[in-house]
Design a protein around this ligand. Structure first.
Ligand code: SAH
Length: 345
């Protein structure tokens, strides 16, 4: 494991040096050493892309990489370098991995990805870097991805700490320890951050403390765990993805919340007694579709915190929530994403 191990102070540096530690060979503009390909070797494709272009670049790399892509946002350091926050003005790095067992396939994927990325440039999206390639050996692999997750501060007092990093707690900090594993929800995505910040505001108003909370689409469990750390008395996480259920359970254990959190595979309706607070970081189309079911989970006066809404879909979600009998509350926005509060009156 590279330099990042257990060193919160090196959060920013770790993200860069760890990646290099795991890779060898033709990083940067150098050609890839095809002779080194073989079993146990992977080819990392990476592209630096402005935040607006990340989705399109991911889509292209996914065509060639069976395992999908990862996105490392641009970070800025805070707190004298002890913490890091996502800086949307800095380019993100999109990565994908090709099996080195198939050199011809690798050659073709690189050629085709280069062409597709060139086409994307022609659309006039904001800057996209050149396709970079490097070799990653499987022996280093299991640990390599960890270096891409720094300790993150969200809102005023929430701290998302990957389990392999240390954080020097400051007065008032609410520290969430997370092992993101394979499930979405590391606190890095703007939609998750919006929800965490909104949750913090609700907590300040005493709306989380005594609440029964439902987290729909719990992913890594980050939102349910945050609500638990902010004092919620009873939590249920549901997710259609079994990996998310595992991940949420593991993270609940890490945070000492197993007594208060239950998790199960599925969705709404839950068939449970009504909740005071429903967290739903889903995409807009799902929020629209599930609006009546989400409303159905609420106790009188209960509220939904809905996130994952791309800005141009906000109107649709608001209309669906109103039609389901909800009253709109506050809204929070970051980059192109919106989170809204809706209240059962
Ligand atoms: N709550 C986490 C994860 C959000 S990602 C966070 O805020 O970071 C959205 C999650 O919703 C995914 O884990 C996905 O598996 C889950 N999901 C998708 N459709 C769903 C549905 N109909 N019901 C419940 N969960 C769903």
């Amino acid at each position: 494991m590279p330099s990042a191990e257990g060193d919160g102070a090196a959060a920013g540096e770790g993200a860069a040096s760890g990646a290099e530690g795991a890779a060898s060979g033709g990083a940067g503009g150098e050609p890839l050493d095809f002779a080194a390909l073989g079993p146990g070797v992977w080819v990392e494709l990476s592209v630096a892309a402005d935040i607006e272009a990340v989705e399109a670049v991911s889509e292209i790399l996914t065509r060639f990489a069976p395992g999908g892509t990862s996105v490392e946002p641009g970070f800025g350091l805070t707190n004298e370098g002890l913490g890091a926050v996502v800086d949307p003005t800095k380019p993100a790095i999109v990565r994908a991995y090709l099996p080195g067992l198939d050199p011809a396939g690798v050659r073709m994927a690189i050629a085709q990805a280069t062409i597709a990325l060139g086409h994307l440039q022609a659309f006039g999206l904001r800057p996209i870097g050149e396709l970079q390639t490097s070799l990653v050996r499987e022996a280093d692999w299991a640990e390599a991805w960890k270096s891409h997750f720094p300790v993150l501060r969200v809102g005023r007092r929430m701290v998302v700490r990957p389990t392999w990093r240390h954080h020097r707690r400051q007065p008032g900090d609410v520290v969430l320890s997370l092992d993101p594993g394979m499930a979405f929800g590391t606190g890095l995505h703007p939609t998750t951050r919006l929800c965490l910040a909104a949750l913090e505001t609700l907590a300040d108003e005493g709306l989380v403390g005594p609440a029964r909370v439902l987290d729909v689409g719990c992913g890594s469990g980050i939102l349910a765990i945050a609500a638990g750390k902010l004092g919620a008395r009873d939590l249920l996480g549901v997710d259609t993805d079994p990996i998310a259920v595992e991940s949420t359970l593991a993270n609940a254990r890490l945070n000492g919340l197993t007594r208060r959190i239950r998790v199960r595979q599925g969705s709404v309706p839950t068939g449970e007694p009504p909740f005071d607070l429903v967290l739903a970081n889903l995409i807009a189309s799902l929020l629209v579709q599930l609006a009546p079911e989400l409303r159905g989970e609420l106790a009188p006066g209960g509220r939904i915190l809905a996130s994952g809404i791309f800005h141009d879909r906000e109107g649709d979600v608001v209309a669906a929530f109103r039609a389901a009998g909800l009253q709109m509350g506050r809204r929070w926005a970051e980059e192109d994403w919106v989170a809204i509060e809706a209240i059962a009156v």
